[in-house]
Design a protein around this ligand. Sequence first.
Ligand SMILES: [Zn+2]
Ligand SMILES: [Zn+2]
Length: 291
Amino acid sequence: MAILPQRHPSRILNQIAPPTRIHTSTTAPPRPRRPHSSPLTLDPAATPRPPLPNDPTLRSNWSHRAWLASGCTTVLISLSKSVDAAAASHTYLEPILAALLGYVLADLASGVYHWGIDNYGGAETPVFGAQIDAFQGHHRWPWTITRRQFANNLHALARAVAFTVTPINLACGDATALAFVAACSGCIMFSQQSHAWAHTTRSKLPPLVAALQDGGVLVSRSQHAAHHRAPYNNNYCIVSGAWNEVLDASKFFEIMEMVIFFKFGVRPRSWTEPNTGWVEEAEAEATSLLS
Ligand SMILES: [Zn+2]
Ligand SMILES: [Zn+2]
């Protein structure tokens, strides 16, 4: 029986594919430049640029606000239908437990989704392309999430929630099921906000948010910081972070990556990157290069 060696998939693949240079966050990769370009000038054609401090791409527009309002309304309808059905049937324990389960599973869902868009597809991928592209940019310039306005940050997930939950609201009248849906979809929709708080300097966080991070209700800054350090393949969950230890200790994502590779021949980005697109640039460095 063939036994796979106990080592990282990238090392196995280096025997299959040409060797790929892997950089760490502490070793900055060489930035592509034109032969005679100034060392402080990025080649706009070759290198993606970080958003400027007041970049319009970080601002909310009316479309973002409308989608966020739609997502919130959808979740509130689930919640109010659940409360009405619970009051009518005098069953309260099951809906409360279902809501707690929804919160717990939303963290797992956030991790699986985040792993998927970090590792597979690209900007041209149907439906998910914009999110994939945004998360690639996030890995290079993580601080920009703290400058992204509220609706700008949440509208993509709010739109997904509005489309997914509306049919459930129309078809379902069960208090327990609706409580689960409301809590799970609400936490998924706001996961980008807990993600933004995980990148925010502690002194700038509202005291309640800092307390919730300390208590493990929201993903902590230290836990998510590990996601932005080499080897860039862990701590994907961004609601409470409760699943991170379980998923990372069990090598759940590494196993999934191996299954997908051997079944479909598709390699995740984490095996061959971070390249220049994943290594975090220091904020001062990136902004000075633009000035
Ligand atoms: Zn990521
Ligand atoms: Zn992040």
